[in-house]
Design a protein around this ligand. Sequence first.
Ligand code: ZN
Length: 135
Amino acid sequence: MVEVKKPVPEIDDESRPFFEAAKEGRLSVQKCSSCDTFRFPPRLRCPSCLSTDTQWTDVSGRGSVFTFGIWHQVFHPAFADEAPYNVAVVELEEGPLMVTSIVDCPNDSLRIGMPVQVVYTEPVDGVVLAKFKPA
Ligand code: ZN
């Protein structure tokens, strides 16, 4: 039987600091150096003031479930054993929204607004992803 690997994000120059921090167990997002707005996903310009001055800043890793969905259909064969699984958007304490999934929590226990804490998984060697579990 052929093993099907899970797809992982393509890491580019813009997102590399996020993934390097995750490997070290840190959740890091961009923070505008002009107006202090946190932003995620990584992008060139601040959505508030359009400045390109930014610094990567570690955040708390705490947040709450902003919304979520339960995927019953298998869209990729590597996820066949996990369906139904959740895809969630977590609102970080610092403000940015992050698409992720909630682990260590039955799907029927998920609630909008529930507090969560970041955890890290390594679905393939060398790529560490930020997921969240109930806090
Ligand atoms: Zn700004």
